[in-house]
Design a protein around this ligand. Structure first.
Ligand code: 3LM
Length: 392
């Protein structure tokens, strides 16, 4: 009989966790060590050769970090995961490990600013081509695939416009053209969207965000097949070296235990906030996949378990008018990052996407009047009261 798969919240708490044998410690300790002692030369040599399991050096693996990797693999329903010192560490390791000069990466037309910066660097310094395409239209995606396209790299929903791609259709296209599909799942977390189940090859996260959940660390993670994760551990993680530290891993393991209940609250609050903003006379448009008026509402209903905690909205005017609004806020903090318990608001044109040239930014759908709000898990009435104050 096939073993019944445990529920998401159960896995988030129990996956990979073993009671520490020496002391009975319930939580996996912070193994704060750079190196691990070998019994003998032969023991060390066998571990280096991969003939014997065991830890060698914390850049290559660490028990606190390994627990985080096991949990993320279980939650994304993938075979294996690799933890990194930041989301950009994960994205750059995957790109460097999977692409060669002369090959092409096809990307969603919107990308987090530093991911765009990385692509520009790969192009200018290493001869890797890339192009951005509107992933809402599969025909445009099919037309944009080139003979040398080896990777399709997408955010869905996109930071900060929340535009989405149909993952089942895009992964089919990727397979037809022998390209690998990487999905940045930071905005949704595996609780709300599981790209590997829809045919993607890799998932990446800025674990700094909802996975950590408390705004107190920087981390990243990639999930995929065991074969590819093993290969990347031995190449870009080992030799480029953006490994996660055990302290951060401990906080991530703790954060994951409450991921589902935090996400439920983020989603409920964000929907209320989006409805409030939609009715406000100073607000021109609201982007939230859970609004029935959102252009891709149907796709969101098919692809997501709920609609997430990010709400973007556009006001009449540009940077000056945005400043007038957000500088008035008392509780909501003006800060980049997202997915924290605290509500955070930011201006993509001058902050997260400031590195993107203005014409590319405009093509991404980011105007100077666009504001991104990461709705926290405070009482929603207090979030709305604060927004009311700013919008007055
Ligand atoms: C932000 N984003 O405020 P780290 N992928 C996505 C992201 O949103 C981010 C990363 C990867 C923001 C950070 S801007 C200076 C602050 C969809 C980060 C990169 O390397 O862990 O920051 O993840 O939108």
């Amino acid at each position: 009989m096939k073993k019944k798969q445990k529920g998401f919240s159960t896995l988030a708490i129990h996956a990979g966790q073993i009671v520490e044998p020496q002391t009975g410690s319930l939580t996996t300790p912070i193994y704060q060590t750079s190196t691990f002692v070998f019994d003998s030369l032969e023991d060390g040599a066998q571990k280096f050769a991969g003939e014997k399991p065991g830890y060698i050096y914390s850049r290559l693996g660490n028990p606190t970090v390994a627990l985080f990797e096991q949990k993320m693999a279980a939650l994304e329903n993938g075979e294996a995961a690799l933890a990194f010192s930041s989301g950009m560490g994960a994205i750059s390791a995957l790109m460097i490990g999977l692409i060669k000069s002369g090959e092409h990466i096809l990307c969603s037309r919107g990308l987090y600013g530093c991911a765009y910066g990385l692509l520009v660097m790969l192009k200018e310094r290493f001869g890797v081509e890339f192009s951005l395409v509107d992933m809402r239209d599969e025909q445009q995606v099919a037309n944009a695939i080139q003979p040398n396209t080896r990777l399709i790299y997408i955010e869905t929903p996109i930071n900060p416009t929340l535009e989405m791609a149909d993952l089942r259709k895009i992964s089919k296209l990727a397979k037809q053209h022998n390209a690998k599909l990487i999905v940045d799942n930071t905005f949704m977390t595996p609780y709300l969207q599981r790209p590997l189940e829809m045919g993607a090859d890799f998932v990446v996260h800025s674990a700094t965000k909802y996975i950590g959940g408390h705004g107190d660390l920087i981390a990243g993670v990639a999930v995929g097949s065991k074969r590819e994760m093993d290969r990347l551990r031995q190449t870009t993680l080992k030799d480029v070296g953006s490994a996660l530290g055990p302290n951060e891993a401990f906080l991530l393991n703790r954060g994951l235990k409450t991921l589902s209940i935090r996400m439920d609250r983020h989603c409920a609050n964000a929907l209320e906030v989006a409805k409030f903003l939609e009715k406000h006379p100073r607000v021109k448009s609201v982007y939230y996949p859970g609004l029935a008026t959102f252009r891709q509402y149907e796709l969101g209903c098919r692809q997501l378990n709920d609609f997430g905690g990010l709400v973007s909205f556009e006001i009449e005017g540009g940077t000056t008018q945005v400043a007038e609004i957000i500088n008035q806020l008392k509780m909501i903090k003006i800060a980049v990052s997202l997915g924290d318990a605290d509500s955070l608001i930011q201006h993509p044109a001058t902050m997260t996407h400031a590195v993107v040239p203005p014409e590319v930014r405009a093509a991404m759908g980011i105007s100077d009047g666009l504001i991104r709000l990461s709705v926290g898990i405070e009482d929603v009435e207090d979030i709305i009261d604060d927004l009311n104050l700013g919008l007055k």
